[in-house]
Design a binder for this molecule. Structure first.
Ligand SMILES: NC(=O)c1ccc[n+]([C@@H]2O[C@H](COP(=O)([O-])OP(=O)(O)OC[C@H]3O[C@@H](n4cnc5c(N)ncnc54)[C@H](OP(=O)(O)O)[C@@H]3O)[C@@H](O)[C@H]2O)c1
Length: 365
């Protein structure tokens, strides 16, 4: 019971790093002796000190129990191995929620601790920790970024009205929550049509996230989004670098060719193959994974969301649904390609929150 209580606290602490640790996981740590918490720590942001080191650095006591949400690292990366400090501080027992599947750790951290006479328990609350860190576990296990499809829709599943206006599809309360959701991800992705029709900024409004770097990814097969058009996606490059993907059937523009359109404003311009739905999404995810983009929030439009659905390349769906009906054939529909009734998209976990004016549905595959 005691172990569960402190492990839960370690997992709760890990959430303080939400939005800042990727491509690393969120990790929390608690040091306990004789039923008293001596110190705590969490991984604040990518490159910073690890949770267990942060917690152990603050104390001199030996014979403690260390609770951590993830197996400690045992290699030199941006910081020294955490197993070293655990051994140095003569920790007696280590309780871990999840073993780390990263090939550079993968049980080696646990082995080193045991070889040094430290009692190690692991596996309790593994599901909870994996759920919170689903971006990290997907990266390691599927070798691609975590993909979440997000849309603001009417109750009849429309993304826009007949004039292709989607600005007020959902009310302000849902729009604000949806904007804040971006903070949980490494990148936002959208299709060229949405960029042309809505001229979105694809940024986070709340000042609290001013130190967070968020990439913007635009699928622009024909390399048609010109800087001269004053699109918002060309602004604020420092905090929100924009990646462009273009078909490799289009003549390539040198990345430093300042006379070209996108290239001048973004050093991140990639050329990929086409597939039946547009640019090849598998290839795009491969490039982004290589660039350490751990998670992507796909913010439509309809065509792009449908491509991910058809390619079965997503891990989560989040719908912001306003209690209104739009109707009509000309309006853009979410999921208009569909699948067969015998092969529907099923979710392993779902969560629905109701507000006065709408719902938020969150379903993980
Ligand atoms: N309510 C909401 O939450 C919401 C969110 C976003 C957008 N919207 C609305 O949706 C409308 C646009 O939706 P849309 O369906 O027409 O366009 P879209 O999905 O924004 O963009 C589609 C375009 O992206 C490019 N593309 C490249 N590779 C692709 C791939 N693999 N799959 C799909 N597209 C790919 C293609 O253009 P190229 O050939 O030029 O590359 C394609 O025509 C806008 O009116 C916008 O207001 C609503």
């Amino acid at each position: 019971m005691e172990d569960l209580k402190y492990l839960k606290l370690a997992i709760k602490l890990s959430r303080k790093g939400l939005g800042f640790t990727e491509p690393n996981p969120m990790v929390g740590a608690v040091v306990v002796k004789n039923g008293k918490i001596l110190s705590t720590g969490y991984h604040k942001k990518f490159g910073d000190i690890h949770a267990e080191r942060m917690a152990l650095d603050k104390i001199d006591e030996t014979g403690t129990t260390l609770y951590i949400s993830l197996e400690p690292c045992c290699h030199f990366g941006k910081t020294p191995p955490c197993t070293d400090i655990i051994i140095k501080k003569k920790v007696k027992k280590v309780v871990i929620a999840s073993p780390d599947p990263n090939p550079i750790v993968e049980g080696k951290g646990i082995k080193i601790l045991k070889a040094n006479g430290i009692e190690v328990l692991y596996g309790q609350l593994d599901d909870l920790n994996r759920d919170y860190n689903s971006h990290y576990f997907t990266n390691i296990e599927k070798k691609r970024p975590y993909v979440c499809l997000r849309a603001g829709v009417s109750i009849d599943g429309k993304l826009t009205d007949k004039n292709r206006d989607s600005k007020w599809m959902t009310n302000k309360q849902l729009r604000d929550i949806s904007n804040e959701l971006r903070s949980e991800f490494s990148a936002i992705m959208t299709g060229s049509k949405t960029v042309i029709e809505d001229n979105p900024k694809l940024t986070i409004k709340n000042d609290k996230w001013k130190d967070k770097k968020l990439a913007r990814i635009i699928l622009d097969s024909k390399n048609s989004l010109k800087k001269e058009t004053n699109l918002n996606i060309f602004n604020e490059q420092e905090q929100y670098p924009t990646y462009f993907f273009t078909s490799n059937l289009i003549p390539e523009v040198a990345p430093n060719d300042i006379s070209s359109s996108n290239a001048k404003n973004s050093p991140y311009h990639f050329y990929v193959n086409n597939s039946s739905y547009g640019l090849n999404l598998n290839e795009i995810l491969e490039v982004l994974y290589e660039k350490n983009i751990s998670s992507i929030l796909v913010e439509g439009g309809g065509k792009l969301i449908n491509s991910f659905l058809q390619e079965k390349l997503f891990d989560e769906v989040i719908l912001f649904t306003d209690k209104k009906i739009i109707g009509g054939k000309e309006s853009v529909e979410l999921f208009n390609y569909g699948t067969e009734i015998s092969q529907p998209v099923n979710f392993s976990s779902t969560n629905i929150i109701e507000f006065d004016s709408g719902y938020i549905f969150r379903g993980k595959k």
